[in-house]
Design a protein around this ligand. Sequence first.
Ligand code: CP
Ligand code: NVA
Length: 300
Amino acid sequence: MKHLLKLLDCTPEEITSILDLADQLKYERKHHISHRLLEGKSIGLIFQKSSTRTRVSFETGMFQLGGQALFLSSRDLQIGRGEPVQDTARVLSRYLDGIMIRTYEQKEVEDLAKYGSIPIINGLTDFCHPCQVLADLMTIREKYGVLKGLKMCYIGDGNNMANSLIVGGLKSDMQVSIATPDNYRPAKEVLDFAAGNDAFTLVNDPIKAVENADVVITDTWTSMGQEEEKKIRQQAFQGYQINDELMAAAKPGAMVMHCLPAYRGQEITEKIFEEHASEIFEEAENRLHAQKAVMVTLMK
Ligand code: CP
Ligand code: NVA
């Protein structure tokens, strides 16, 4: 594995091996066992969008691994003034040992990998959010002990999270059911990947999708970059909220997850959010462990 650009590129074995390493690194951290596996290495963190979790978990994760992380806001980089990504990639490859990038277009991430000569990690694009979904799979596996055969249900916008959950879930032999409004379906590339797989269903009706689900997941209705569509989206997603009625249709004791930030009263009620806060914040913590595993896998 040279890069983490999208889960579509990863084999099921690569995903499992990252999850196994993440579990081990989490165990070591809890038991104060030092693991300075990336001593002397540097990663650049390029952000063209806001972040709390991704930034802080990559920075502290790299510190715990004995290396250095450089926060590179696109506001300050020449990339923000139009320097081509091809040139940025070739320059940064001479200073750094890896790059994490959060941006809009998936093509920009793919181009960094194409023109650079160091590992590239996708820290969220409009198309996907692989680091988050590795942490999600880790969190589900921690609770249930396995992934195979469990039913994951995602309700809401067919966005970057939906795209990565479908691919990550199916590659982990989970059943994946998605409920979105017609105009907000997951990406074609992802639906093509899932096509013909009996473990996958895409419907409009959230109650139908959630039937027998072991894990219920949602995300914001308005992703970064879509702010001016906020009003239309709030209308379009009426009926796609995770609330008591929806959870009553899931398997009793089902987990609820949310990548955060969460908008209470929109995609999830305050009550459901707080009832499942321990799962949601474990999921947030697992970003740290999963991304350390990604960095070690790609940069060691
Ligand atoms: N879930 C997630 O990626 O959070 P941030 O936007 O805060 O990084
Ligand atoms: N779908 C959201 C995820 C945020 C972590 C967004 O892209 O803004």
